[in-house]
Design a protein around this ligand. Structure first.
Ligand SMILES: C[C@@](O)(CCOP(=O)(O)O)CC(=O)O
Ligand code: SF4
Length: 399
């Protein structure tokens, strides 16, 4: 692939071993996927943060890079870690795990990466504009960035996104190019959508479309135009049951007008109310959750607000985590939401989630979720049972 003189220098080690190593990774990826050259990026989002998923080998790799002086060249944020970085002890996270986790985050911090550990960076200031090239790796965030923001990224792995952040570039292939952004499946949804329907829809369509690009026609554009919270749930589920990186929603997402002409001859999938209800039932493996975990992807301020108002003045019978970023929690604190949730016996948990935290070692057995992505991953990544339903049905109050 073609490299500019600057990129040649990076590759040849003229900027030190961290840049050299990172450029080698980018060139290898570019060669595998047939990139013609590199493209400059404006933002990075780096997964592979939890000690649960990257382990000792990951920690060593990051420590080496940090001690070699690696520095990111573009604004970069981290994916969720395995613990709440501030409230780890009071929430009962295992001590040794927490110690390792803090070392990982410290290595990233040294590289200049913001330690806002979240899968919804677009809610806390990492918001690349339409048409910009970026390297993001959290699959739900990739889906959001490509589809809702109209930025351009492949589904990077953690090392790929980190290398891109260090070099300020990523190989130019896949979703960076116009031709990969056209839809290849038309999805007609025949029923109005609300709550966890968006996740159930994403789960079903992700299975059908694999690594393709679905184009959604929702029932009634006036009534059910999806907003940020719904689009994040839809994209997260699409990206977890399939390898989706981009979707379009008619009258909603920014690139639908450019691709609408391609929808005429597409294979069509019709989704009914029954399809969505059956999906929710199929994903559930138990009935009564001992821990309800909301915020997959990380909750927005208004999602936390809805839960807080419902809990206000009551006492919970099961445990509750509402997972979010430190920035959104700060706003929730000021709004009084955190206090309402805590008084009811729940927690606003930062930096982590039900999938990347070691919840299987914390005494929980059945996790209640309102997210299809979490319902898909909790059994496989934590080995625990899951109930997938609307959050209002999952929480129970003391009589
Ligand atoms: C399941 C996921 O949301 C979180 C775990 O990823 P990681 O530990 O950051 O690599 C990753 C993803 O879907 O990209
Ligand atoms: S599993 Fe869900 S909450 Fe956890 S990092 Fe992934 S999208 Fe975020």
């Amino acid at each position: 692939m073609y490299l500019t003189r600057e990129e040649e220098k990076m590759y040849a080690g003229e900027y030190g071993p961290a840049v050299e190593k990172s450029m080698e990774i980018l060139v290898a990826l570019g060669d595998i996927y047939g990139a013609d050259g590199m493209v400059e990026i404006v933002s990075a989002q780096i997964s592979g943060v939890s000690y649960k998923t990257i382990g000792e080998a990951g920690l060593e790799y990051l420590d080496d890079l940090a001690s070699e002086g690696a520095q990111v060249q573009v604004p970069s944020t981290l994916n969720p870690a395995g613990v709440d970085l501030d409230q780890g002890k009071s929430l009962g996270f295992p001590e040794e795990f927490t110690r390792k986790q803090l070392l990982i985050v410290e290595a990233y911090r040294k590289m200049g990466i913001s330690t806002t550990c979240t899968c919804t960076p677009y809610l806390v200031g990492n918001v690349p504009p339409l048409g910009s090239h970026i390297a993001w790796s959290e699959s739900s965030a990739v889906c959001y960035a490509n589809s809702v923001l109209g930025a351009r990224t492949n589904r990077e792995g953690g090392p790929g996104a980190l290398s891109a952040a260090i070099c300020g570039r990523t190989p130019n292939y896949g979703y960076h190019l116009d031709q990969a952004r056209v839809p290849n499946l038309l999805v007609e949804v025949e029923t109005p959508l609300s709550g966890s329907d968006y996740g159930a829809l994403g789960y079903l369509v992700g299975k059908a479309v694999g690594n393709g690009v679905p184009y959604f026609k929702l029932l009634d554009k006036e009534q059910i135009k999806p907003q940020v919270n719904q689009l994040k749930a839809l994209g997260a589920a699409l990206a977890s049951s399939g390898a989706v990186a981009l979707y379009h929603v008619e009258n909603t997402t920014p690139e639908y007008r450019e691709v609408i002409t391609h929808t005429g001859n597409l294979e069509k999938l019709t989704i009914t109310r029954n399809d969505l209800d059956n999906t929710r039932d199929k994903l559930s493996t138990a009935q009564k959750p001992d821990l309800v975990c909301l915020g997959c992807p990380h909750a927005s301020l208004d999602e936390i607000g809805e839960v807080a108002l419902k809990l206000d003045g009551k006492k919970l019978a099961n445990q509750l985590w509402v997972c979010t970023s430190i920035s959104v929690k700060a706003a929730a604190d000021r709004m009084g939401y955190t206090e309402m949730i805590e008084k009811a016996g729940g927690h606003v948990v930062c930096d982590t989630c039900m999938v990347v935290a070691p919840i299987e070692d914390m005494g929980f057995k059945v996790i209640g979720v309102d997210s299809a992505k979490a319902a898909n991953y909790v059994p496989s990544m934590c080995g625990l049972d899951v109930v997938f339903d609307e959050w209002e049905n999952l929480i129970a109050f003391k009589k």
